[in-house]
Design a binder for this molecule. Structure first.
Ligand SMILES: NC(=O)c1ccc[n+]([C@@H]2O[C@H](COP(=O)([O-])OP(=O)(O)OC[C@H]3O[C@@H](n4cnc5c(N)ncnc54)[C@H](O)[C@@H]3O)[C@@H](O)[C@H]2O)c1
Length: 332
């Protein structure tokens, strides 16, 4: 039985708390949130204890693992403190809002040698797994070009941007940067990005963007183009394809029904899921199952620290490229 301490009782904390509570080999023991009402509500729902003292929670010997679903600016610090206390860590993305803090936190977690998993849930989606497998098995040959579409109906809100500056890069696109690394099986060494603000004037005032076009290049010359942003009023648009030397593999949007209706004035099919919670529900459960299995078997869970750090570095390189208009080199 893995006893969890949850940090952050917001949108993702609610998802993870439910999955911990549902798991036969896990127990939600404690909830910590700087907002007492939110923390207490989830703690009460699952028979856990609410604590406002992070150190007491982290150092409680009854906890085996911490699940960090708090504000991104707190991730690396909480992870480092949990690692020093010898706890296994599941950390939501990004590894931190700040690369230097993420690197410092990663060094501490690595030195402690505790199990660590980052919440890149796309790796637990059966469709993206199939895409990964098509490349890893050699079935479509050497990767030449990957294309990823990641669009959400709403632009980041003022609150989102206040909590995580460069929001679209580090909150949405970061998943696709990890997807690209994982599926291509090669490390991007250069990025070129350009970005605009076309949907939400308040983002422009804050120096933020809602539309990103980014190209990644690996040492071998394989390319990945990512089109990410807001404005998909028709749903949460998530697609990808990989062109290889002997074939192609693609993932389309999921739909609630495959029925297509045709009439004289046109054809209709159902929209993609409304948002990430609907699209990736099963992945949040699968990634947690994997984390718990890894703790039970003594294996290191995946994706790990290096994956969290590299995706964040790629996001930062994209931001720099969009600012300067020049390609930016990325080191591993
Ligand atoms: N994997 C995904 O699909 C996915 C989706 C959305 C958000 N996220 C990530 O999950 C994290 C949380 O996002 P969210 O949407 O749940 O945010 P949220 O604002 O809904 O919730 C965050 C909670 O953390 C609390 N908090 C802030 N500082 C804290 C601290 N020091 N200690 C304890 N609690 C603290 C806040 O009071 C709030 O209740 C972010 O890093 C975000 O990028 C991941």
């Amino acid at each position: 039985m893995v006893a969890f301490c949850l940090f952050g009782a917001g949108v993702m904390g609610t998802v993870h708390a439910a999955n911990i509570a549902d798991h036969p080999e896990a127990r939600l023991r404690t909830v910590v949130d700087v907002a007492a009402a939110a923390g207490r509500a989830i703690a009460d729902q699952y028979g856990a204890v609410y604590l406002d003292d992070a150190d007491a929670a982290i150092n409680d010997p009854n906890h085996d693992a911490v699940l960090i679903a708090s504000d991104a600016r707190t991730h690396a610090d909480l992870a480092a403190r949990a690692a020093r206390a010898g706890k296994a860590i599941f950390c939501e993305k990004p590894l931190d809002a700040d690369v230097a803090k993420a690197e410092a936190g990663a060094r501490e977690v690595e030195a402690a040698g505790v199990p660590f998993q980052i919440g890149f849930h796309r790796r637990y989606d059966p469709n993206y797994r199939g895409l990964h497998q098509a490349v890893a098995s050699g079935e479509i040959g050497d990767v030449a070009l990957m294309r990823i579409v990641a669009r959400q109906p709403e632009a980041p809100s003022r609150e989102d941007v206040a909590k995580l500056p460069a929001n679209l890069w580090k909150d949405l696109l970061i998943h696709d940067l990890d997807l690209a690394r994982w599926v291509m099986g090669e490390e991007p060494v250069e990025v070129f990005a350009t970005a605009s603000c076309l949907f939400a004037p308040w983002l422009k005032e804050a120096g933020e963007v809602d539309t990103i076009a980014m190209t990644l290049r690996t040492r071998r010359g394989a390319l990945c183009q990512i089109s990410a942003g807001a404005g998909s009023a028709y749903g949460f648009d998530q697609r990808a394809e990989v062109i290889g030397s002997v074939g192609m593999a693609a993932v389309d949007n999921l739909r609630s029904t495959t029925v297509e209706r045709y009439a004289a004035d046109g054809a209709k099919r159902s929209n993609p899921p409304a948002d990430f919670l609907e699209r990736y529900t099963t992945c949040y459960r699968e990634e947690l199952d994997h984390f718990i299995d890894a703790l039970n078997t003594g294996a290191m869970p995946t994706p790990g620290l290096g994956d969290g750090l590299q995706a964040l570095k790629l996001a930062e390189a994209g931001i720099a490229s969009a600012r300067t208009g020049a390609p930016v080199a990325v080191t591993g």
